[in-house]
Design a protein around this ligand. Structure first.
Ligand code: SAJ
Length: 471
């Protein structure tokens, strides 16, 4: 029988679930990915430099909370198909597939910081040398266009490896959002970016073992751009909603009504305006995209302006709240604000770059007293004070309630009951546009949000008095 060449033998190991895999970086993406590969039948090592994290993973505890992640973790730990490891040797020796899922944060100038990625890559190469080759190397971390061709490939070649012979290389950007990680990783479509075709075939075989979505193979540079385009698209769309909200404030019109009516058009879908954009990706990927063409005469101003607008929103929200309270003759030092929800979006425990944290800092600078309630957050992030133990504790005696994250439990709360605990004439600032203004007002609050001027109702009544419009 003919002996299999390197590519065929690696393919056969991947198809037969005999390929031994290590995932470098056991964070938001690396851990769920490692678990899905274990579930698909592979033997997977989860490597991370953080000893505490690995210690917890060995006990079946994840550092973040995501539906089903801990269940899968405990199941595949006990079956021995998922092994958390922080000893380099044990983790990296003798593997067939190396997946790098470490963070690529932004530097102060908006350029990507590839330090973590490059150090993981060097580690992999040092272990790949001298073992049975070939290996499949996959990059999941976000990277800007041309990184595969101009940074990663030259490094492999400098170390004496040949693409398509010793190493197969693919960029498979993650496309899952916190709160739905396992579902999106196992059902979403995947893009695989490669420089040579044979790498694409190996990576596609591996990814089809755990995702039901379509797998599209393309050039590495295209895949790198697609990832940045997706998040920039979302950021620009949110900025558009925020820009319209500001226009509504200037024109004394309620943005929620404008959105509802405009969205009746079959090709219009305006997103929710609010206190800004947080999380780990939308705040940096647009800058990676802008910077990727900085050597050309193209200026992606539309993306930059959108980003800047979204960054300004916490400040704008702080001003709206301050103005509304001062308008009632109350001083900030004499006013108590109850913040409900501090995560970067609803129903997640993740506070990374949360816009409401910025808003809290600004309100404090203005002198307000603040109470915070977020039952999804265990530890208080950074400079945030103690969290209240209950909704009632946070709300009692407050002059203003701020919805900072749209957790389901807040959407179901008894507005009349909450109103009863507040001071006289309380303000309800809906930072996420998730409440029905009429219901909030019926409960006795003054409704306020970005794009909904405090006095919009009076203005509409005035118009009605002139018999032009019945509100
Ligand atoms: N937001 C609004 N208005 C909206 C929708 C969202 O202000 O109408 C805010 C949220 O409150 C939040 C921020 O935007 O602060 C980002 O939330 P998100 O749900 O839009 O996105 P992420 O950051 O959780 O996940 C994104 C996803 N990208 C896209 O939807 C294009 C996910 O698919 C990516 O995998 C992820 O970034 C990533 O890691 O790149």
């Amino acid at each position: 029988m003919r002996e299999l060449n390197g590519h065929e033998s690696l393919l056969s190991k991947i198809q037969g679930k005999r390929a031994k895999i290590v995932v470098l970086g056991q964070g938001y993406i690396g851990l769920p990915l490692a678990l899905l590969l274990s579930k698909a039948g592979y033997s997977v090592t989860g490597y991370d430099v953080n000893k505490e994290l690995i210690k917890d993973l060995r006990k079946g505890k994840a550092k973040f909370s995501e539906p089903d992640v801990e269940n899968l973790l405990q199941e595949y730990l006990s079956l021995g198909r998922y092994v958390p490891e922080n000893r380099i040797d044990a983790a990296l020796s003798d593997k067939d597939v190396y997946i790098i899922a470490v963070q690529t944060p932004a530097k102060l100038d908006g350029q990507p910081n590839l330090t973590y990625l490059l150090s993981a890559l060097r580690l992999v190469l040092s272990y790949a040398r001298g073992r049975y080759l070939p290996i499949l190397l996959i990059i999941e971390s976000t990277i800007p266009p041309k990184t595969m061709e101009e940074v990663i490939l030259p490094l492999l070649e400098k170390e004496g490896f040949f693409l398509g012979e010793d190493i197969f290389l693919a960029y498979c950007p993650e496309r899952a959002m916190p709160g739905r990680l396992l579902k999106e990783l196992s059902e979403g479509n995947r893009i695989i970016g490669v420089i040579d075709e044979s790498s694409g075939r190996l990576a596609a075989n591996l990814y089809s073992s755990f995702t039901k979505g379509d797998i599209k193979i393309t050039h590495a540079r295209t895949a790198e751009l697609v990832k940045l385009v997706e998040n920039s698209y979302r950021d620009v769309n949110i900025a558009f909603a925020n820009a319209i909200a500001l226009a509504c404030e200037a024109l004394n019109i309620d943005v929620d009504e404008v959105r509802a009516l405009a969205n009746l058009h079959p090709r219009v879908n305006i997103l929710r305006p609010g206190i800004g954009v947080g999380g780990s990706c939308l705040i940096k990927d647009p800058y990676f995209l802008i910077n990727s063409v900085s050597n050309s005469n193209i200026d992606l101003n539309i993306i930059r302006t959108a980003r800047k607008l979204n960054e300004e929103l916490p400040k704008h929200a702080a001003k709206l709240i301050t103005d509304a309270i001062e308008h009632r003759g109350k001083r900030p030092e004499k006013s108590l604000i109850a913040i409900l929800g501090i995560t970067y979006k609803g129903n997640v425990r993740d506070c990374r770059n949360s816009p409401v944290l910025k808003l809290i800092r600004m309100l404090k600078e203005k002198g307000f007293r603040i109470k915070i309630y977020d039952p999804l957050v265990g530890e208080t992030p950074g400079d945030i004070d103690e969290l209240c133990k209950s909704l009632e504790e946070a709300v009692r005696g407050s002059d203003c309630i701020v919805i900072g994250a749209e957790h389901s439990m807040f959407l179901k709360m008894d507005l009349n009951g909450i109103r009863g605990l507040c001071n006289e004439h309380p303000i309800f600032f809906d930072g996420k546009h998730v409440f029905d203004r009429k219901l909030v007002e019926e409960a006795g609050f003054e409704y306020l949000s970005v794009g909904c001027p405090a006095n919009v109702i009076e203005i509409l009544r005035e118009i009605a008095e002139h018999h032009i419009y019945e509100p």
